[in-house]
Write a protein that binds this ligand. Structure first.
Ligand SMILES: [Zn+2]
Ligand SMILES: [Zn+2]
Length: 157
């Protein structure tokens, strides 16, 4: 991996972003060559200043400046979070204004479920309600057909 001296001379530190003065890849990220390998500048800088990147996770640019290598603008994220922050299909989905059945996802219609690690899930209340109703109907049917099945299963053990 390139050393601190290798990268320092290629950084232009502004009051916020640290702009990469070295080579820039087609996708906008800074790159640095250290034979025989090519490294992503922001990942190298992060590791030099902060240490190991947990589980080799992708680093997200909180400032959205791809050639920025300021470690405090970089945050390791899971692929899922990265997708949600970007403009992929999942991100658009997370920001959608209507559910798949056309209910507007606002006010009383919108239920935000808290998930692990500060994640949230957006649910449509009317759809959720009818899903619960259908689930109850299904289980009722199962319960009524299961009465003999239950005893037979026990007898087999
Ligand atoms: Zn930045
Ligand atoms: Zn709905």
């Amino acid at each position: 991996m390139p050393s601190l001296a290798d990268v320092e001379k290629r950084i232009e530190k502004t009051t916020s972003c640290w702009l990469w003065k070295g080579n820039i890849a087609n996708n906008g990220y800074g790159i640095i060559k250290k034979r025989p390998k090519l490294f992503l500048a922001h990942r190298v800088v992060y590791q030099l200043y902060r240490g190991e990147i947990p589980k080799g996770l992708p680093l997200d640019h909180l400032c959205r400046v791809r050639r920025c290598v300021n470690p405090s603008h970089l945050e390791p994220v899971t692929q899922r979070e990265n997708v949600l922050r970007g403009n992929g299909l999942a991100a658009i989905n997370a920001r959608r204004t209507h559910c798949k059945n056309g209910h507007p996802l606002t006010g009383a219609n919108l239920y935000i479920a808290q998930r692990a690690k500060g994640r949230t899930e957006r649910h449509c209340v009317p759809c959720q309600r009818s899903a619960t109703r259908q689930w109850r109907l299904r289980t009722k049917v199962q319960l009524s057909t299961d009465t003999t099945g239950g005893t037979r299963a026990q007898a087999m053990q």
